[in-house]
Design a protein around this ligand. Structure first.
Ligand SMILES: NC(=O)c1ccc[n+]([C@@H]2O[C@H](COP(=O)([O-])OP(=O)(O)OC[C@H]3O[C@@H](n4cnc5c(N)ncnc54)[C@H](OP(=O)(O)O)[C@@H]3O)[C@@H](O)[C@H]2O)c1
Length: 319
C-alpha cells in the first residue's frame, strides 16, 4: 500500500507523512528506555512489518532509547521481516547532555553498528543541551556528512533561534537543516506561537511531531476507560495528567462526532489533523506497542478532513 509521500526538508528523500516512533523498542532498558515495557521480538517484527506493508517508509529511534537497544531492536526487526535497506529511512539521535560536539563524532560508529545494515538517513541532536555551541555541533554534523556517515542533519526540541543558527552554519558548509523534531499535537501547539513553525515554513525545514497522540490521550481510550490506569508508570501518568483528561474531553467528544462521517477512529482523526493542518510541513511519528495500533494509525491517511472540520477542531483546541 502507498501512503502520501512528502519532501523531507531539502533532501531528495521522500517520506511518508507518518513514520513510526520506536522509543517503545528500548527493551525497557535504562532511565529513558524504561519508560515503556519491553516488547518481545515477534511483536517488534510484526509492528515494523505492518508499518512497511502499510506504506510507512521511515522510523525514528535514538541512542538514549535503552543505550542503543531501540536502534538494535529496530534493525533486527526490519531484517527479520525481510525489509531491504533501500526501502526505508532511519532517523536516529545523538544524546548531547553533558557532552561536547566531539562526542557526536566519537559515537557515530556505535550508531552505525547498532543500526547496521540500515544507514543513518537522518542524524539528530536530541536536545538543545550540549556543552558545545550550536555552531560547533553543526560543524561536527557537517563533518559527518562530508565523511558520508549520515545522509541528513536534524535537531530536536530546538527554539526558532537555535534552529535558524543551525541552518545557517550548515548552509555555509553546503548543507541544510532538514528537520526539527518537537512535541506537537492537537493540544500541544507551542510551535505555532514561538516562531518554530514560521521558521520551518520559511526555511523549508520539516517539523517532525513527537507524541502526536499525547501517549494515547488523543485516542479517547482513557476517556472511555474512565481514567488513567493507576498501574501506569508515574512519569507517563504525569504527562497524561498535565495534558488533562477533563481539558481534552470536549475535543474528544467533537472527534467522536466525526468518526461516522469519515468512517475513522478518534486516533485516526487526530493524526490526520496533525499532519494536514499546516500543509506538508508537519509529519508525525506515533509510537506503538501493539500491531493493532499501527494498523489503526495507518488508516489515518485514508481520508482527508475537510476545511470546515479542521477549522472547528482548531477552534476547540485553541479555545
Ligand atoms: N525528540 C524527542 O524529544 C522525543 C520525545 C518523545 C518521543 N519521541 C519520539 O516520538 C515517538 C512518539 O512519541 P510517544 O511514543 O511519546 O507518543 P505517542 O506516539 O503519542 O503515543 C504512543 C503510545 O500511544 C498509544 N497508542 C498508539 N496508537 C494507539 C492507538 N491507535 N490506540 C490506542 N493507543 C495507541 C500506545 O500506548 P501503549 O503502549 O500504552 O498502548 C503507544 O505506545 C516515540 O516513539 C519517539 O520515537 C521523541
Amino acid at each position: 500500500m502507498q501512503l502520501p509521500l512528502r519532501q523531507f526538508g531539502q533532501t531528495d528523500m521522500k517520506i511518508s507523512a507518518l513514520g513510526l516512533g520506536t522509543w517503545q523498542f528500548s527493551g525497557g532498558k535504562g532511565m529513558v528506555g524504561g519508560y515503556w515495557d519491553a516488547l518481545d521480538e515477534v511483536t517488534s517484527r510484526e509492528i515494523v512489518n505492518c508499518a512497511v506493508n502499510g506504506g510507512i517508509n521511515w522510523f525514528d529511534t535514538a541512542q538514549v532509547y535503552g543505550g542503543g537497544e531501540s536502534e538494535r531492536n529496530l534493525s533486527k526487526a526490519l531484517t527479520s521481516a525481510g525489509i531491504a535497506k533501500e526501502d526505508v529511512h532511519i532517523a536516529t539521535k545523538w544524546w548531547p547532555v553533558m557532552k561536547t560536539a566531539g562526542n557526536l563524532k566519537s559515537t557515530i560508529d556505535d550508531r552505525i553498528d547498532c543500526l547496521a545494515p540500515f544507514p543513518i538517513a537522518h542524524h539528530i541532536v536530541h536536545q538543545p543541551f550540549s556543552i558545545s555551541s550550536v555552531a560547533q555541533q553543526m560543524h561536527a554534523m557537517a563533518d559527518l556528512m562530508d565523511a558520508g556517515k549520515i545522509q541528513s542533519v536534524g535537531v530536536s526540541n530546538f527554539s526558532a533561534k537555535a534552529m535558524r543558527k543551525a541552518h545557517q552554519v550548515l548552509q555555509a558548509r553546503g548543507y541544510a537543516l532538514t528537520a526539527n523534531q518537537v512535541r506537537y499535537s492537537m493540544v500541544t501547539r507551542n510551535i505555532e506561537t514561538n516562531g518554530v513553525l514560521d521558521a520551518a515554513k520559511e526555511l523549508g525545514i520539516t517539523i517532525i511531531a513527537w507524541s502526536p497522540l499525547e501517549q494515547g490521550l488523543l485516542t479517547g481510550r482513557f476517556h472511555r476507560e474512565g481514567g488513567i490506569p493507576a498501574s501506569m508508570n508515574f512519569m507517563r501518568k504525569g504527562m497524561l495528567k498535565s495534558t488533562g483528561l477533563q481539558k481534552t474531553r470536549s475535543l474528544i467528544d467533537a472527534m467522536q462526532a466525526l468518526t461516522q462521517k469519515y468512517d475513522a477512529t478518534i486516533a485516526q482523526i487526530a493524526l490526520n489533523y496533525t499532519v494536514n493542518v499546516h500543509g506538508d510541513t508537519v509529519v508525525a511519528i506515533p509510537g506503538a506497542s501493539k500491531v493493532s495500533q499501527v494498523e489503526q494509525n495507518l488508516g489515518a491517511l485514508r481520508f482527508r478532513l475537510d476545511d470546515d472540520d479542521i477549522q472547528a477542531l482548531t477552534a476547540l483546541c485553541t479555545a
